[in-house]
Design a protein around this ligand. Structure first.
Ligand SMILES: [Zn+2]
Length: 213
């Protein structure tokens, strides 16, 4: 497995849930279960795809096979203090990569541009699967919309669950991706990679929420 890991892992994905605007509406006893529900949705979908593809994943190809068009825009897509790397438009079957944003991230995390795109496309592909066959992870657990006195009104999903599922999906796919960072390092690289890892661990939390613009 790779040593460089520029991606929100399980622990950091948990923060996404904790920072979700509706987190406080999830009963405390349900919180672990809700997180696992989303995480496992990603893991299960990845395992199915890995089996289907016999352990070799190239998301540039997979997108093509599923009839998804890859579009790129050479911009750094920043809105407020969030940097967007990519977006998926499942109905239009389109994935858009914001190249300048991806480049900044790739540079910051020490992965190559192609590796960066693969990792991001893996994440986005999960969102496509949610749309096309799995159902939206964000709707797998619902909370009330409004509380008036002791009455709870309406039901709404939890947006961060989809992101958690997509992260789990991408991470589960990671060892099977055709990536430069998956190669075994030369012996004399070990120290360099260790240093790099600390730098990355420190920064990766910022990833999907966007690093400071
Ligand atoms: Zn996402």
């Amino acid at each position: 497995m790779n040593r460089i890991f520029p991606y929100p892992d399980r622990e950091h994905s948990r923060v996404l849930l904790e920072e979700d605007a509706v987190y406080f509406k999830i009963p405390e006893n349900d919180r672990d279960m809700v997180f696992d529900l989303a995480w496992n949705a990603g893991v299960d979908a990845a395992r199915e795809l890995i089996a289907q593809k016999e352990g070799k994943l190239d998301f540039f190809r997979i997108l093509e096979e599923y009839g998804l068009k890859l579009k790129t825009e050479d911009i750094d897509n920043v809105a407020g203090n969030i940097r967007f790397y990519s977006e998926i438009f499942p109905r239009a079957k389109e994935v858009k990569l914001y190249l300048k944003s991806v480049k900044l991230w790739a540079k910051q995390t020490g992965v190559g541009m192609r590796d960066g795109q693969q990792l991001i496309l893996a994440h986005e592909f999960f969102h496509y699967l949610e749309h096309a066959k799995l159902g939206f992870t964000s709707k797998k657990y619902q909370v009330y919309m409004l509380k008036i006195g002791k009455f709870e009104l309406g039901k709404t999903g939890i947006p961060s669950l989809s992101e958690i599922g997509a992260n789990a999906f991408a991470i589960e796919c990671l060892p099977y991706l055709d990536l430069e960072i998956n190669r075994e390092p030369e012996e004399d690289e070990t120290e360099y990679l260790e240093e790099k890892k600390e730098e990355i661990d420190f920064k990766r939390h910022e990833l999907w929420k966007g690093a400071e613009p």
